[in-house]
Design a binder for this molecule. Structure first.
Ligand SMILES: [Ca+2]
Ligand SMILES: [Ca+2]
Length: 93
């Protein structure tokens, strides 16, 4: 009787261990990347001095941004902020 109980416990443990990875696989994963966050890495690459703006000088590393610099610079202050960048890129997509 005692042995039988031990065996049952062991079987239960094995079953639980086997079920664990399955339960984890079915758990909801991380949220999918937000669409409006995609252009940000490019902006960060261009904003060499990290002041939050891409100047025409910094934009030279991207032909596309250089070509569209005036269009992206919505408030015409001669530099493109992260917001202007995101908006400009979204409009084209
Ligand atoms: Ca900058
Ligand atoms: Ca601007």
């Amino acid at each position: 009787m005692n042995q039988h109980m031990t065996w049952r416990k062991l079987t239960l443990s094995i079953l639980l261990l086997g079920a664990l990875p399955l339960a984890q696989a079915q758990a909801p994963g991380g949220a999918p990347p937000a669409q409006d966050q995609i252009p940000a890495p490019l902006f960060e690459q261009l904003d060499v001095n990290r002041d939050g703006y891409v100047t025409p000088e910094e934009a030279k590393r991207s032909a596309e941004v250089t070509a569209r610099f005036k269009e992206l610079d919505a408030n015409r202050d001669g530099r493109v902020s992260i917001d202007e960048f995101k908006k400009g890129m979204q409009d084209k997509m």
